[in-house]
Design a binder for this molecule. Structure first.
Ligand code: ATP
Ligand code: MG
Length: 269
């Protein structure tokens, strides 16, 4: 896959999605499209519906109305596992890693989970470590280690790594399966500014190199403005705005509803 232009067909799309929890309209007729080879942002104040939309896209939540498309498939009623097999990956807010395994071992296992499914669990739990990697595996894992700035810690156990580096491992694990689309649930939560910059740079490199379409659900608005090609702003379950970072910065509705001080602070800096 190669990096594509903004006009390429979306890899993941929500069309007219509504979710009602009893009387609460968490989402109403929301349209979101995730382009390949770019990072798309989803922001909004507390209770706007971000986590609900994430659930609908990933397959944890069935919408009351509307459809979800993954590449050429209508996956509205497909399980999370089926979506994963068709090319949808996600990361978790708390990285779920095996603390004793090294960074390289995590990426190798993730790669094997799609390429040699049956060997995964024997590999993971055989005393004496993993089966020796083959050439394709080694090339793929080395490539991802390089893209994500993980080369220097490849042979360290993940239990010894700071949170920002663990997030990179989590992203690497998701990318090892070569997904068409990757959903990231607040990947910046808890990171310091150095780690935020590094993760942002790694994500940019990853989408450019891999052609993956990423959707970033995030509270850190300034980072979203700096890293995303297109941004969707949710407010009270409806799309308040969508557009380029510049259009979002300039949108008076967005300023009033949500961004206000943060955007102005960023423009001054
Ligand atoms: N399982 C549920 N049952 C009932 N109401 C829910 C449920 N999940 C979410 N809601 C409601 O739906 C609305 C959207 O919530 P959601 O968690 O999607 O917002 P959010 O944008 O992720 O907010 P935050 O920034 O606080 O994480 C809120 O009013 C919330 O209270
Ligand atoms: Mg949420």
């Amino acid at each position: 896959m190669s990096a594509m232009t903004g006009t390429a067909a979306p890899v993941l799309e929500a069309r007219g999605v509504s979710v009602h929890f009893g009387g609460i309209k968490a989402l109403q007729g929301v349209d979101v499209a995730v382009a390949p080879g770019a990072i798309t942002g989803l922001v909004g104040p507390n209770g706007a519906g971000k986590t609900t939309l994430f659930g609908v896209l990933s397959g944890l939540l069935r919408p009351t109305a509307g459809t979800v498309r993954l590449k050429d498939h209508d996956v509205t009623t497909a399980s999370a596992q089926t979506r994963a097999r068709k090319g949808l990956a996600r990361t978790f807010q708390q990285p779920e890693l095996f603390l004793g395994l090294t960074v390289r071992e995590h990426l190798t296992l993730a790669y094997r989970s799609t390429h040699h499914r049956s060997r995964l669990w024997t590999d993971a739990f055989t005393a004496g470590g993993l089966r020796r990697p083959d050439t394709d595996e080694t090339a793929r894992v080395d490539f991802l280690l390089d893209v994500l700035f993980l080369g220097g810690v490849a042979d360290q156990p993940v239990g010894s790594l700071p949170l920002g580096t663990s997030r990179l491992v989590e992203v690497g694990r998701a990318l090892a399966t070569s997904p068409a689309a990757l959903l990231l649930d607040e990947p910046l939560a808890g990171l310091d500014s150095y780690e935020v910059d590094k993760l942002a740079a790694a994500l940019r490199r990853a989408v450019a190199e891999e052609g993956t379409g990423m959707l970033l659900v995030e509270h850190d608005v300034s980072m979203v403005l700096s890293v995303c090609r297109r941004i969707y702003v949710l407010d009270f379950g409806v799309l308040l705005a969508e557009g380029t970072p510049q259009q979002i910065r300039d949108d008076p509705k967005v300023r009033v509803a949500y961004l206000g001080d943060e955007v102005i602070a960023e423009e001054k800096s």
